[in-house]
Design a protein around this ligand. Structure first.
Ligand SMILES: Nc1ncnc2c1ncn2[C@@H]1O[C@H](COP(=O)(O)OP(=O)(O)OP(=O)(O)O)[C@@H](O)[C@H]1O
Ligand SMILES: [Mg+2]
Length: 275
């Protein structure tokens, strides 16, 4: 199971990714979480201690080390593609840090901006790692992305089983979703589902529903605005560790079950259509 989480800045991608990772881990999945945001902070939403997080060495910042530490066979083609299929073990052996509930975190890396050139090589490496990652049935991979939609253009979400687009009840956040879907389709990813976050009332809920309906984008679930989520953020604590029964977490728990169900349905539909 490979899940990517996208959306406009500040909509709640990291909060949702970290909480989903913990909940799926509690369900018995072995989770590899990837923070693909150059400004990485998924560690706090997962519940990894700050002192552990401060020792994180982003994967893409030391490509030589990646090569040296793996016995993966590398081939240099237009960037950094490699041949063989890395396993979760290969990746976690690199730079992953262990979090609670069976979740390992791998931080992809920061972008060297300011005249250092584009991030194409890094993106190519990440794309290759993810695209070739081979998962066992009890393993899941979940990726938190940086804000905006350029990352979709870089193709790092290629090969994902599902793309979750987080939206909040505002016009600008909802307007991006159509472009998200278009870019996702360009890389062959048609399973795009929306999640409404920070919903305060039924008016917010209807607003999200009506816009998504007009774009024909399915809504997987709604998460309420919840002060406990903000408090957890201020304390650099995982929301699930602050109060696992706070309304937003309860909704994310329901959402996790919906995602598992949806993936099962989609896979079975695909099998049928192949027959
Ligand atoms: N359901 C919610 N209720 C209240 N606050 C929330 C909720 N979800 C997220 N937040 C708050 O919104 C802020 C942004 O959340 P988060 O960092 O998860 O968003 P993001 O989409 O990952 O942001 P970025 O684009 O910067 O990566 C945080 O302060 C977080 O605590
Ligand atoms: Mg984030």
């Amino acid at each position: 199971m490979k899940i990517a989480v996208t959306g406009k800045g500040g909509v709640g991608k990291t909060t949702i990714t970290g909480t989903l990772a913990r909940l799926l881990g509690r369900d018995g999945f072995r989770i590899l979480a990837i923070d693909a945001d150059p400004n990485y902070n998924l560690w706090s939403a997962i519940g990894i201690d700050e002192d552990v997080a401060s020792g994180i060495e982003p994967l893409l910042e030391n490509e030589e080390l990646v090569r040296a530490k793996t016995d993966m066979k590398w081939v240099e083609v237009l960037g950094n593609f490699f041949q063989v299929r890395p396993s979760v073990d290969d990746l976690t052996a690199l730079h992953a840090v262990e979090g609670p509930d069976n979740v390992s975190l791998l931080v992809a890396g920061t972008v060297n901006m300011g005249g250092q050139g584009c991030m194409c090589p890094s993106a190519a490496l990440l794309k290759a790692l993810i695209g070739h990652l081979s998962l066992e049935s009890d393993e899941a991979f979940i990726m938190d992305m940086d804000a905006g939609i350029e990352n979709l253009g870089r193709g790092t979400t290629k090969g994902m089983d599902i793309l979750l687009a987080v939206v909040e009840p505002g016009r600008r956040s909802l307007d991006t979703i159509d472009r998200i879907r278009g870019l996702a389709a360009d890389i062959g990813l048609n399973r795009v589902f929306a999640i409404g976050n920070k919903v305060m009332n039924t008016e917010d809920e209807h607003f999200i529903e009506s816009i998504l309906e007009s774009h024909n984008i399915p809504l997987l679930g709604i998460i309420p605005y919840d002060e406990n989520i903000r408090t957890a953020d201020r304390l650099a604590t995982a929301p699930i560790d602050l109060d696992e029964n706070t309304p937003a977490i309860q909704k994310i728990r329901g959402l996790k079950n919906t995602i598992l169900q949806k993936l099962k349905e989609l896979d079975s539909d695909e099998r049928h259509s192949e027959l």
